[in-house]
Design a protein around this ligand. Structure first.
Ligand SMILES: Cc1ncnc2c1ncn2[C@@H]1O[C@H](/C=C/CNC(=O)c2cc(-c3ccc(F)cc3)cc(O)c2O)C[C@H]1O
Ligand SMILES: [Mg+2]
Length: 214
């Protein structure tokens, strides 16, 4: 049962990873999901692309939509420069509870603010609640039919500015066709597809990187 799966994943982290060592937390989750129970983490292969885009952008403020168990939250937060912040949004309280513990086990709780609730409700409150001017980096990995509405919401709320980078998971599998159409046809984005594989499988998937042109 999915929720219990995340508890088993947390136990695998507590058993196999070293407290305060993000790399060992990432490896423990990847090992568990590859050899024991598949789970929808961005994974090690697409994770390397996430790492490289993140290092290139070096964001001061980053947003993640869809925390799930916190695997990509740890991947992102471990690469943030001192003083930079990551806000991650998750509306399932059971997933949020596991994610909080995995983020804390990695020792990254000071860089991460996990906000519980639907992204559509929380995005309009970001400026007031967290004093965010705009996000330098956004990782989209929540329900795929929310990618377009939430991107439009980020634009309307002035939460993306010239040079902001959106990186979307799963644009091939499960797929986000409307999102690809939106960012690839819009004159306001410069988009690029990074071909890869669905986490822990040989099925094609990829990430779409879209730079907001203002
Ligand atoms: C709107 C909104 N607000 C806040 N949190 C939200 C939200 N929509 C989802 N969330 C949260 O994000 C997480 C959801 C992510 C959705 N991701 C997926 O559905 C997903 C699915 C697959 C996949 C591929 C092939 C298969 F055969 C089966 C599955 C792979 C992935 O990498 C995925 O991200 C958990 C959920 O509670
Ligand atoms: Mg995903």
């Amino acid at each position: 049962f999915a929720l219990l799966k995340n508890t088993r994943m947390l136990k695998a982290v507590q058993k196999n990873a070293t407290k305060g060592d993000p790399e060992s937390v990432i490896s423990a989750i990847d090992y568990y999901c590859r050899h024991k129970e598949w789970a929808m983490n961005v994974g090690d292969e697409k994770g390397l692309i996430l790492d490289s885009v993140l290092t290139e952008v070096n964001p001061s403020t980053a947003l993640e939509l869809g925390t799930y168990c916190g695997y990509s939250t740890v991947r992102i937060a471990r690469l943030l420069s001192p003083g930079s912040k990551l806000i991650t949004v998750e509306f399932n309280p059971a997933f949020a509870a596991v994610a909080r513990q995995i983020i804390a086990y990695a020792g990254l709780q000071d860089k991460v603010t996990l906000v519980e609730g639907p992204s559509g409700d929380l995005i309009p409150k970001m400026k007031a609640r967290f004093g965010i001017k705009s996000f330098d980096f956004v990782f989209l990995d929540h329900w795929k039919d929310r990618y377009v509405p939430d991107t439009k919401l980020l634009e309307d709320c002035g939460l993306v500015s010239e040079g902001s980078v959106l990186l979307a998971d799963n644009v091939i599998c499960p797929g986000a066709p409307e999102y690809l159409k939106y960012v690839r046809n819009s004159p306001r984005y410069e988009s690029r597809y990074y071909k890869s594989n669905l986490e822990y499988t040989k099925v094609e998937d990829g990430l779409e990187k879209s730079v907001f042109l203002g």
